[in-house]
Design a protein around this ligand. Sequence first.
Ligand code: URA
Length: 433
Amino acid sequence: MVEIIKKKRDGEILTDEEIRSVVSGFVDGSVPDYQISAWLMTIFFKGLNDKETAVLTDAIMRSGDLIDLSEIPGIKVDKHSTGGVGDKTTLVLGPLVAAAGVYVPKMSGRGLGHTGGTLDKLESIPGFNTNMTTDHFVNLVKEHHIAICSQNDRLVPADKKLYALRDVTGTVDNISLIASSVMSKKLACGADAIVIDLKVGDGAFIKTIEDAEKLADIMINTAKQMNRRLIAVISSMEEPLGHNIGNALEVREAIDTLKGHGPADLTELCLTLGSYMLMMAGKTATFKEGKLILEQLLANGKAFEKLVEMTIAQGGDVDYVKSPEKLKIAPCSFEYKAEQNGYIAKLSAMDIGLASVRLGAGRETKESIIDLGAGIILKKKVGDYVEKGDTIALLYASDISLFDKAKIYMDDAVLYTSHQTDVPELILAVKGG
Ligand code: URA
């Protein structure tokens, strides 16, 4: 292992065997965390070429079971987000696309750094279970068109371990590591087609459109080599998506969106990703046709009914979905107010994500227990006009002492301008097909 670390440290190319031995050694426990951490850091600085990235993806994918969905008829379509703040897209998109008759097998993750995770959000619905056997997962998808499961010791265990270690060693934001992490999971899950919500900007792991396009190309090529189709929708993560950040708060907003009353940006993103999913599934010939179908499913209640069905199928207490005001929000609140008159020029997704972590909504360490009721509701978005003293955000926590720390991040997050600013573009590019 020391030789492999030194080789990458010195900028050399690793052989297939070397990469596979690192991954298998990490999974079977023969290579300790500290050596893997050093190896990840050498990759962070020296990079992996396309071939090394493909081998790493394959090794991670084969570290556990591969799900076989061939008994389910038709084209199965999966979706993945590279991670953002306020990103409750899966909670809306999964039921929405399933309601259109597409099979959506979805493996989701937990919060990483300043970003949230779908599994944590779902756990704010009491009883909702995402830990299941592969057979049960396949049966749920077959019966309900959708199931959301977690990674376990049998499903891509190498990614689960690597992801947790990257989070605490400053090695998340590397293109090859993100590509191998995302693609190994998607390929192991067995879907025929994949739509990636590739986030770019302040609150994303990828900061520039150039890096986003490079990451999209790597993922498209990896999918092609494995006979899968992939579309990457590059979307902006400059400000949080929607208004609510934090687990139970995000479930509430996802439910509003499934009932057709969601915020404009979240709704637009879900309709865009969903329309591509419908096209890839062969349900529609054009993007426009798909969007129309999805808009109808939001308006006629069928998308929301699918969330109800999915919740019951996965053991969740459906009262919390039917009456989302029951979803428990943390008892202490704080009004974050505008310090001056002006237009909001920036609401940094990164700083707001970090503020919500400080409130208890995210993990500070691997072992942290999160407060599902903590978080932030944004009362203003970029481009809105405020007067001094107007409420920009409501902060929720279980202990008032947490507000001081979060407020420091909020102060850094907000920028004002005297000029009216354009509402920033949400969908920046679409690649693949
Ligand atoms: N999402 C993933 O699944 N993996 C990463 O590395 C980053 C975001």
